[in-house]
Design a protein around this ligand. Structure first.
Ligand code: F6R
Length: 240
């Protein structure tokens, strides 16, 4: 596991360059994408690079980590909406090649076929992850089996509280989600994780220095051969 420390601007720019390298190095690259606040500046850098002609998304296929159960893709807090607004609508990507788990309708069948769909696309070349203050990656909360594939799960009180900042009221935050599992994530060839701010420090400690335990889901990444953790000083503060 490699660790890169810098300001949010610096680490976001570096991660964007890793994505550009991967995309430009293959005719049909497969990207694993995350939502939340953490990757926003990475996506802004990718949009800029696309507009400058440094990278094209025409051959790209994407798979997102997770989605809230109960939200339509048109809901402004759904992860499909987030991805359209923060990346897909602004680059030359073929939207039919962007995969986000469904939160309504026949979302269970879609979820059940997701890992196979990723495999059929060739597997994820580069996966970006954020991290929850409780150590979750995607919506794999503490206690999730390390061998989990894409599944439906209940969100913890902590995650509901953390995510309520984006909703009008905490009562509006969905309590269930569909998420790629820990094994689904480990199947990616390359993983980059971004964490900023002091509220991530405990989880980042568990990720880098802690024991490998299902109680700290991110700790499984210590077993992956190609992971780089990008953090700011505040998120890294407990690791010194
Ligand atoms: C989002 C996701 C989550 C977030 C995590 C951190 O697709 O999988 O695990 O990465 O909850 O969220 P932010 O970045 O908003 O702090």
């Amino acid at each position: 596991m490699k660790v890169v420390i810098g300001s949010e601007e610096e680490i976001s720019a570096k991660i964007a360059e890793e994505f550009i390298k991967t995309i430009n190095g293959k005719s049909h690259p497969v990207l694993g994408l995350a939502t939340g606040t953490s990757p926003l500046k990475v996506y802004a850098n990718l949009i800029k690079a696309n507009h400058e002609g440094r990278v094209s998304f025409l051959g790209v296929t994407t798979f997102n980590l997770d989605e809230y159960v109960g939200l339509e893709g048109t809901h402004n807090q759904s992860y499909r909406y987030f991805m359209n607004e923060n990346l897909f609508n602004h680059v030359d990507i073929d939207k039919s090649k962007t995969n986000v788990l469904l939160g309504v309708g026949d979302y269970v069948s879609f979820m059940e076929g997701y890992d196979q769909k990723i495999e059929e696309a060739g597997g994820i070349d580069i996966q970006i992850l954020g991290i929850g203050s409780d150590g979750h990656i995607a919506f794999n909360e503490p206690g999730t089996p390390f061998d989990s594939l894409t599944h439906e799960t209940a969100l913890t009180e902590q995650t509901i509280k953390d995510n309520s900042r984006l909703f009008n009221d905490i009562s509006e935050v969905p309590v269930r989600a569909v998420t790629m599992g820990l094994q689904s994530i480990m199947n990616a060839r390359k993983i980059v994780l971004i964490a900023t701010g002091a509220n991530k420090a405990k989880a980042v400690y568990g990720l880098i220095k802690g024991p490998i335990t299902e109680e700290m889901p991110c700790s499984i990444l210590q077993r992956h051969p190609d992971v780089t953790v990008y953090v700011d000083e505040a998120a890294h503060s407990l690791c010194k």
